[in-house]
Ligand binder design. Structure first.
Ligand SMILES: [Zn+2]
Ligand SMILES: [Zn+2]
Length: 102
């Protein structure tokens, strides 16, 4: 397997700058750039923007949960649809107004 590209860090930083929210929870902290198809599966897609997505490593650890299904050696082939559905739920979640007004 060829070594990771030397431009990865640059591509990653630019991608996160351009997509500054987690695709799963909408969070803006501890953002990481996830490969939809991992490097070890297809090294040629390492730097392709359409193979990347922003996921956070915040409280919900969306990167680990949605991107890798709780195993860094695994990946989630339906991560795009899964995170889209989850984000929709987050946006529509009901909160307890009484509690938040205190
Ligand atoms: Zn997240
Ligand atoms: Zn990842």
């Amino acid at each position: 397997m060829p070594p990771r590209s030397s431009s990865w860090k640059k591509v990653r930083d630019a991608f996160i700058k351009k997509n500054p929210t987690c695709a799963a929870c909408g969070g803006t902290k501890s953002l990481e750039c996830h490969h939809k198809l991992p490097y070890h599966v297809d090294p040629n897609r390492e730097l392709l923007e359409d193979n990347l997505m922003t996921l956070c490593e915040g409280p919900g650890n969306c990167h680990y949960v949605w991107g890798h299904l709780l195993n860094w050696k695994a990946y989630n082939p339906t991560v795009v649809d899964d995170t889209k559905a989850f984000l929709e739920k987050i946006r529509k979640r009901l909160t307890n107004d009484l509690e938040s007004k205190e």
